[in-house]
Structures are given as C-alpha cells and as structure tokens.
Write a protein that binds this ligand. Structure first.
Ligand SMILES: [Zn+2]
Length: 69
C-alpha cells in the first residue's frame, strides 16, 4: 500500500516526527503543544497550517506584485 501524495501546503501529521511526549510552547501562539512542525519546532497543527497558508498567500501576493510592477 502506498502513501497518498500530500499537497505541498499540508504536512503529514501521521508521521511520528511531528509528535513529541514533551509539551513545548507553540512557536505561533505560545501555548503548550505536543506537535512539531516540519522544522521540529513546537507548533500546533492548526497554527502551523495557518502559518503555511499565510506564507502561500504572501508568496502569491508577492508574485503578483512583481509580475504587475
Ligand atoms: Zn499554537
């Protein structure tokens, strides 16, 4: 059985590398989180995904601004 492809903006939260036994303050909201983002930094799933979506939106905006300049 193969793992379905994960869209670039989403992390694979089933992967054990995203989970820890030790809670650490989320890098985004500061509340304790057991989950880790793709850089192994403490981050809630929702916070990390929101940040990724924001990054994607910012990148798209920057691209548009550059294209139209
Ligand atoms: Zn958070």
């Amino acid at each position: 059985m193969t793992t379905p492809d994960v869209p670039p903006a989403l992390l694979d939260w089933r992967d054990s590398s995203h989970w820890s036994r030790t809670p650490k303050p989320c890098r985004y909201c500061g509340t304790d989180a057991y989950t880790r983002d793709s850089r192994r930094k403490a981050a809630h799933k929702t916070c990390a995904e929101q940040a990724l979506a924001q990054q994607a939106a910012d990148a798209a905006e920057a691209y548009d601004a550059e294209r139209l300049a």
